[in-house]
Design a binder for this molecule. Sequence first.
Ligand code: ACO
Length: 383
Amino acid sequence: MPETTQEPIKVYEGLAGVVFTESELTFIDGEKGILTHLGIPIQDWAEKSTFEELSYALLHAKLPSSAELAAFDAALKANRGVPPALLEQIKNYPKTANPMQMLRTAVSYLGLLDPNSEDTGAENKYATAIRMIAQFSTVIAAICATVEGRDAVAPRADLTHAGNFLYMLSGTEPTLEQARLFDIALVLHADHGMNASTFTALATASTLSDLYSAVTSAIGALKGPLHGGANEAVMDMLDEIGTSDRAVAFVTDMMDRKEKIMGVGHRVYKFFDPRSRVLRDYAALVAGKQGKSHYYQILEQVEETVVARLSGKGIYPNVDFYSGVVYSDLGIKKEFFTPIFALARISGWTASVLEYTKANKLLRPLALYTGQSDQPLTPIAER
Ligand code: ACO
C-alpha cells in the first residue's frame, strides 16, 4: 500500500487495538481486569512464585523444573558483577541527571564493553538476556549510590534477586519480609504484553539490531510519565496533597480542570488493573503495621473519588497507583521508582525480543499523509 495513498483508510491512533504479532507469554483482558503469564493468573505468580521463576518462565515460555530453576538462579547470581569500567563511568555521571538517563547510558555502555554484543544469534541473545537481568540490579544500585553521593555496594551471591538489590541499595541486609514484598513488586512489573517500552524494544530488535540497543530504546520509552514515570508522579501528587483530609477536594479540582490524575487510566484496562489490587493489599498490610502510612490514607481517598467519577469512562487505578507507596514504605526514594520498574521489566523486554525475533518481521507501520501535493520548491528568498 503506498504511504501516500488517497484512499480512505482507518487510522488507529496510538496503535490502539492493533494486533501485530502473536505471543504465548502474556494475556490481558482489559474489560475484566485479567492478567496472566503462560495462562497463570498474576495473583498466583505474586503469591506463590518469585521474580527468578517468572523470568525463567518468560524467557523459555514454560515453567522450570526445580533443577532448571536452580541452574537459572545460579546463572543469575554468577552474573551479578559488572565491568569496573562501567562502575567508574557511573560514578562520574552528572549528579543532576535523571536516574533513567543514567540507566539508558549505562546499558548502552554495557553493550560497548561486550565483545559479543553484535552477535544477534539466538544463543548469544539468551546468554546476554540472563546477564542483563542479573546486571540490571547492580547497575541500578550503583546509579542510586551515585545520585546519593555514596560508594556503590558490591552484590552478594547468597541473597535472592530482590534481597540482593535492597541490600545494595542501603548496605543493610533486608528482612525476609521486606525482600519478599519487593520480590512481589518485581513479579507484578516483569511483563505486560505490548506496552510502549516492550513495543519499542521489538521495533529496534526487528531491524536485527543487538539486544543492548533494543533494551536501551526500551529504557527511553519507559522513562516517560505516561508509562514508567507515573509512579513517581503519583508520589509528587501525594506530597502536594499533603494530608488525607485534602485529598477529595484536590482530585475533584483536578478532574474539574480535566487534568490527568497519575496512576489511573490505562490503554488496555477498562476495569481495575489486577496488579493494582495486589499492590493495594500489600500497601494496606504495610501501612497497617506502621500505624497506617499517611500516603496510603491519601490514596484510599483518591481512589474512591476517582472511581466514583471516572469509572464510567473505564478509568481505574493502574499498577503505578500503589507501587510508589510500597516502595516508599521499603525506604526507597521516589526518583528511583522508574529504574526499579526497569529492574523488573528487563525480563519482559528480553523475553519478548527473544520470542519476536524467532520469526522476525521488520516493524514498519504507515502514517496517513495529510499534507499538500504537487507543490513547487519555491526559492527561499521568495517564501
Ligand atoms: N485522569 C483523568 N482522566 C483520564 C486519565 C487520567 N489519568 N486517563 C485518561 N483519562 C481520560 C482522558 O482525559 C480522556 O477523556 P476524554 O475522552 O473526555 O477526552 C479519556 O480518558 C481517554 O484518555 P487517553 O489519554 O486518550 O487514553 P489513552 O488510552 O491514550 O491513555 C494513559 C492511557 C496514557 C495511561 C492515560 O490513562 C494516562 O495518561 N494515565 C495517567 C498516567 C499513568 O498512570 N500512566 C501509567 C500507565 S500504566 C504503566 O505504564 C505501567
